[in-house]
Design a protein around this ligand. Structure first.
Ligand SMILES: Nc1ncnc2c1ncn2[C@@H]1O[C@H](COP(=O)(O)OP(=O)(O)OP(=O)(O)O)[C@@H](O)[C@H]1O
Ligand SMILES: [Mg+2]
Length: 484
């Protein structure tokens, strides 16, 4: 099926695919006034024949085609801006366009130096939404420019070592094999290293033997979402492979990324490979970096954010680019709905409410009602603080982390009381004990992010509502939990 992006031809193929029902005439009753449904507005001639009685309001339709052509009947300058906003802030997709990538220069430089200068394997880790995948995409582009062969793999629960090695080998042309030159017939036929792997399972040693034959290029294997793989064997094999590759100075380097609070959580067999691996925790983005993220979106969309609107986004995002992108997107859309080209603090407030609704809808009803109970008891700040600590460490935290968070003795004590109550309730927080001692985690993934945003929003508006005199005489604000 060919789908044209020409506005005249776009979508016209849909009508051709629609199954025709026998014995039924798709015709409106003779006397009924009809109007074309919105779908026809892109110019798809076949769809124009689909009618809906004028007495009924039109069903909502898409406002632009898959080829990013605007609905001609809705075209005004705001439709265009709305469309640009969709790609200016993409909270549900990693950044893949370098022009849209904000900040992170230092992290990227460190990553590249470790790969290029020290020839190390790298493990990057950090909390959900901190920007790992986006960073990997930018790294990938930089490596391709430097003529590395780059293989990007996104892990899933069922990923296994053999498949991964075959996928990597399948991307390396035989041209770079010590045993085959550019003129070998296998090379000319487009053969790859995968052709040299016999059927059956493959060990880390065999994989490193194979990759040891690479010459004339370097291969960067980027493995994302490593935390999603549940195979201990895959983790062990990866660790083994890294060690073997390093010991033999093979021209293959791995970059492994995942949600974790430390390196050990991502890889088994750490002691044996610690020396061969550079571990990099992706920090929260600074306020300046988050401002840059919004500025890039402003330039790309043509809308501007008022200073207090921007400040609110940066404050409540708590260093998470995901939250900044989400709020900027919603706030921008709110402004456009009101045919404004500037985003106000009210747009951001509405955006926070939208985002909170979105995050809340991912939480079970039981958790929602417990959260509401704690909030009504006045424990929102403590919940927010605990959630923020949990998020900073892949969901797990202990009392030591709480004390190290420099919340002040009073707040720390209050947090401990709330934590004890949460554990006793057993709904929101679970307590576990292992060889490392007692630790805690929020039972549901989305609860912590929801609480962090809710508490940050309350704090922001509280601080704005406090009169200026009170602000100046009030005790110093509690230190923020996050580096940003
Ligand atoms: N440097 C950046 N510049 C602009 N936007 C960014 C940047 N980093 C992240 N984002 C935004 O934050 C969102 C989350 O980023 P990303 O998907 O890279 O995070 P992640 O750490 O891989 O998340 P997860 O743990 O869920 O896989 C993206 O949708 C993107 O919009
Ligand atoms: Mg990711």
């Amino acid at each position: 099926v060919h789908c044209s992006e020409n506005p005249e031809g776009a979508l016209s193929w849909i009508g051709k695919l629609a199954p025709k029902k026998k014995g039924r005439k798709d015709k409106a009753p003779a006397q009924t006034a009809v109007e074309p449904v919105q779908n026809g507005a892109f110019g798809g001639s076949d769809l124009r024949s689909v009618r809906r009685p004028a007495s009924r309001p039109p069903l909502p339709g898409f406002r632009s085609t898959a080829g990013d052509q605007l609905d001609r009947r809705l075209t005004d300058r705001f439709s265009n801006i709305r469309m640009r906003l969709r790609s200016a802030f993409t909270p549900s997709q990693p950044v893949t366009d370098r022009r849209m990538f904000a900040g992170r220069s230092e992290v990227l430089a460190t990553l590249i130096r470790s790969i290029e200068d020290q020839r190390q394997h790298t493990v990057i880790y950090g909390e959900r939404g901190i920007g790992k995948t986006s960073l990997l995409h930018v790294l990938e582009m930089a490596a391709r420019e430097a003529r590395y062969v780059v293989v990007y793999i996104s892990c899933g629960a069922g990923s296994n070592f053999e498949e991964m090695i075959r996928a990597v080998a399948g991307e390396i042309p035989l041209l770079y094999h010590t045993g085959y030159g550019p003129t070998a017939s296998e090379t000319e036929r487009g053969g790859t290293f995968a052709d040299l792997i016999p059927p059956g399972s493959i060990s880390a040693l065999q994989a490193s033997d194979l990759f040891a034959r690479i010459k004339g290029t370097r291969v960067l294997v980027v493995i994302d979402e490593f935390d999603r793989c549940d195979s201990g064997e895959l983790r062990r094999n990866m660790a083994e492979l890294m060690k073997n590759l390093s010991d033999r100075s093979v021209r293959v380097q791995l970059v492994i990324s995942g949600v974790a609070s430390d390196l050990t959580e991502l890889l088994d067999h750490i002691p044996s490979i610690r020396r061969n691996v550079y571990a990099l925790q992706i920090p929260k983005m600074s306020s300046a970096e988050l401002r840059e993220l919004v500025k890039i979106g402003e330039d790309a969309s043509g809308i501007t954010f008022d200073e207090d609107a921007l400040e609110l986004i940066v404050t409540v995002s708590q260093g998470l680019p995901y939250l900044s992108a989400l709020l900027s997107h919603h706030a921008g859309m709110n402004a456009v709905e009101e045919t404004r080209l500037n985003v106000t603090i009210s747009d951001v407030s509405l955006a926070i409410a939208d985002a909170l609704d979105e995050l809340k809808s991912r939480i079970s009803r039981r958790s929602q009602s417990h959260l509401a109970q704690y909030v009504s008891q006045g424990s929102l700040r403590q919940l927010g603080a605990l959630a923020s600590i949990a998020q900073a460490g892949d969901g797990r935290f202990d009392l030591g982390t709480l004390e190290a968070s420099k919340l002040g003795s009073v707040m720390t004590a209050r947090c401990e009381t709330v934590l004890a109550s949460l554990v006793a309730d057993g709904v929101l927080v679970e307590s576990e004990e292992d060889e490392m001692g007692q630790h805690y985690h929020f039972r549901e993934d989305g609860v912590a992010q929801y609480m962090v945003l809710l508490a940050a929003k309350e704090r922001f508006f509280e601080s704005r509502e406090r009169p200026a005199t009170e602000k100046s005489t009030a005790p110093a604000a509690e230190p923020r939990l996050n580096a940003s």
